[in-house]
Write a protein of this length. Structure first.
Length: 155
C-alpha cells in the first residue's frame, strides 16, 4: 500500500510540473514551488561567520574577478544573552568574495595531519543545475531535468 501511495505521489508531482522543461526560463522554474533547484554554492566571509548562497543568487564582477550576492542579504551575529547565545539581525549588505579560492586537504597522517596540500579552485560562471520535484519528504524527490545556468554580470 505504501508503494502505491508513493508511486501515486510521484506521478502527481510530475504532473504538477508537467509545464516545466529545460526550455522553461529560470524565472518560471524559480517561481514554481513544486520544484527545487540543486545548484552549486558560493561561500562568503560575512564577518565572524561564513554565509553560503546559491550560485543562482550571485553575479560576477569582471573588473575585480569576484562573485557578489545579486541582492543585499541579511547579516547576523551571535550575542550572549545572559543564559544563552542568540542570533541578532545586523542589517542587509551585499557580499563579495574572490572568484578564485583554495582549500587545504590532509594528505598524510591518521589521527593528526602531517602534510597538507592546497588545491586551488574557481567558482564556475556556467554550471548545470538539476531541477527536481519538491515533495515534503526529500527522499521521494524525482529528478525532472538538468539545465545550464550562466552567472549574470553584476550591474
Amino acid at each position: 500500500m505504501k508503494t502505491i501511495a508513493l508511486i501515486a505521489s510521484l506521478v502527481l508531482s510530475s504532473v504538477a510540473v508537467a509545464g516545466l522543461n529545460p526550455s522553461s526560463s529560470w524565472e518560471e522554474i524559480k517561481a514554481d514551488f513544486s520544484v527545487k533547484e540543486t545548484a552549486a554554492q558560493v561561500t562568503f566571509n560575512a564577518g565572524q561567520y561564513s554565509q553560503i548562497v546559491s550560485i543562482m543568487d550571485v553575479c560576477y564582477e569582471a573588473s575585480t574577478n569576484s562573485m557578489k550576492t545579486a541582492k543585499a542579504v541579511m547579516q547576523y551575529d551571535r550575542v550572549d544573552n545572559g543564559d544563552r547565545e542568540i542570533w541578532v539581525e545586523l542589517g542587509k549588505k551585499q557580499l563579495s568574495t574572490s572568484r578564485a579560492y583554495s582549500k587545504e586537504y590532509c594528505v598524510s597522517g591518521q589521527e593528526s595531519c602531517h602534510e597538507w596540500e592546497t588545491v586551488n579552485y574557481e567558482y564556475p560562471l556556467s554550471t548545470m543545475i538539476t531541477v527536481s520535484t519538491n515533495p515534503s519528504n526529500s527522499r521521494n524527490s524525482v529528478v525532472l531535468f538538468s539545465k545550464s545556468f550562466d552567472v549574470p554580470n553584476c550591474k
